[in-house]
Ligand binder design. Structure first.
Ligand code: PMP
Length: 384
């Protein structure tokens, strides 16, 4: 560990040395035997990380989480079809806009920033609008709120709607059982709790989701089309040669290493260490007098109100004390909040999370905030 500041924004995040090494190879051919073997292992591992069975299809496409969202919006819905967005913040807004551009009839249930819509409202909206697909953000990164994904997915199933979970700020950091909970698509990106550099859009689709794509009247843009990618992914899983558009031949070996290390720990243990890190951070924030924005805060990040007399001018001071954290993101909270990521490899190292908590406290104090850093660190230590 060097003295460089830790990257503690809600993605990209600190990555493990072994993942960094795997991503730092001389780029191989997309047809190299070792690359095909790594791709095959990564696809199989995705099903286990997502907790989905062999009937589910993993996708890995160069891009970011937004690409995975757009692929979901365009592969499941024809223009003119009704959809429901359970909107908890900025990324729900983004999903709704993508669906509008696809020509879908977009219904939404929303909440004040930091909240999530109550299950009764989701239930009533499903009954009223009979959407073909329900979209939900598992963790909204703009407010740090976690949705009751399991409860919402159960409602979608009961009303016969397909479901899409935006897990960009959640997958591998928050418990989610794609198969048992019945999510048709769970999408994420490589740079968050999965623990890789940015650059891969990742999602797993159910047989019902693939059937919905096959039944579309208006095909999606070609590079987003699940059916363009499907034979390529099937070929890679079988370690056979194929080509549609060049995959990231350095990030996929890193994905293989990163997912294998998650599975070596076991997903329940990975979720539990995110819970422990989040509990310790929350105890520290509380002891330092810092207030979370979210009603039901996520385990992957904390969105906090700036204390009195402090604003985004404190960010460089926090960085100077050892942690790079992020400013506000939600339009209504941009100037009044800041965000600290605590997901991915850093949760394996409570000492690093503690360093980040100390940097936040000291940086806020340097900026003129009335923050009891020692009390915060004592509270942190009592939780790890
Ligand atoms: N959804 C959520 C919940 C996110 O947090 C993000 C990224 N912050 C995105 C979607 C978009 O992902 P990306 O920036 O990788 O395109």
């Amino acid at each position: 560990m060097t003295d460089r500041p830790l990257l503690m924004i809600p993605g990209p995040v600190e990555i493990a040395d072994e993942v960094l090494a795997a991503a730092s190879i001389r780029p191989p051919s997309h047809l190299a035997p070792d690359f095909k073997a790594a791709f095959s292992r990564a696809l199989k591992a995705m099903r286990q990380v997502w907790r989905a069975d062999d009937t589910h299809q993993p996708f890995v496409v160069a891009g970011s989480g937004t690409l995975a969202m757009e692929a979901a919006a365009t592969n499941l819905v024809d223009p003119g079809e009704p959809v429901l967005v359970v909107n908890a913040g900025l990324f729900g807004d983004r999903m709704a806009e993508m669906l509008r551009r696809r020509g879908a009839i977009v219904h939404q249930v929303g909440s004040r920033p930091g909240g999530t819509p109550p299950l009764e409202e989701v239930d009533a909206a499903l009954a009223d609008h009979r959407p073909k697909v329900l979209f939900v953000t598992h963790v909204d990164t703009s407010t740090g709120v976690r949705s009751d994904a399991q409860g919402i997915l159960a409602l979608a199933r009961r009303h016969g709607a397909l479901s899409v979970v935006d897990g960009v700020c959640a997958t591998a950091g928050e418990p989610l059982e794609q198969g048992a909970w019945g999510a048709d698509v769970v999408l994420t990106a490589s740079q968050k709790a999965i623990g890789l550099p940015p650059g891969l859009a990742l999602w797993v689709a159910s047989p019902a989701a693939l059937a919905a794509r096959r039944a579309l009247t208006v095909p999606p843009p070609m590079v987003l089309d699940w059916l363009q990618w499907l034979p390529i992914l099937e070929a890679y899983e079988a370690e056979a040669n194929s080509y549609f558009a060049t995959p990231s031949t350095t990030l996929i070996p890193a994905l293989d290493v990163g997912l294998a290390s998650l599975l070596a720990d076991g997903m329940p243990a990975v979720w539990a260490r995110h819970q422990r890190a989040a509990d310790a951070c929350r105890a520290a924030w509380d002891a330092m007098g810092l207030v979370l924005v979210a009603d039901s805060p996520a385990n992957t990040l904390s969105a906090l109100s700036w204390p009195d007399r402090v604003d985004a001018g404190a960010l460089p001071r926090i960085a100077a004390r050892g942690a790079i954290v992020a400013g506000g993101l939600h339009p209504a909270l941009r100037s009044t909040t800041f965000r600290v990521g605590h997901m991915g490899d850093v949760t394996r190292h409570p000492g690093r999370v503690r360093r980040a908590v100390a940097a936040v406290g000291l940086g806020l104090r340097d900026a003129g905030g009335d923050v009891d850093v020692d009390a915060g660190l004592r509270a942190f230590d009592a939780h790890v």
